[in-house]
Design a binder for this molecule. Sequence first.
Ligand code: DQA
Length: 147
Amino acid sequence: MKFLVINGPNLNLLGTREPEFYGSGSYAALVQSIRQAAAAAGIRVKTVQTNHEGKIVDSIQKAAKKYDGIVINPAAYTHTSVAILDALKAVGLPAVEVHLSDIQSREEFRRHSYISPACLKTIAGKGFAGYAEAIAFLAEYIRNKKR
Ligand code: DQA
């Protein structure tokens, strides 16, 4: 099984960016923890980070025949992007939405996600551990479906 993990804008700045919300770990540290979580779940994983909405759409479209599932933190595009929602719906791969911070307890505009309707689950406020939870959940979901 192979998963694509997509991280959106400004997540390349993890470690220095608002550590009170996003923690002190760098993006490289996040990738390492994602790889560890994937290995523990017996999953192969590819990580991508981009600051560009269209590139997220391209990555989702290209994932169609190459991956079994998608873990996505669309970052700020969570709250604005119908294009990412539509791409996830079009491709139809099982997907889980992750946020490092608890978007429900921050500003009003972060409480709405355009992406959630295309995802099996949203995990927020658990920092790096949220990605591990997403990978484990998706692996279990797909294995159960194949039974
Ligand atoms: C985020 C939450 C978003 O509201 C914000 O724009 C981000 C990161 C998170 O991981 O907590 O860039 O998705």
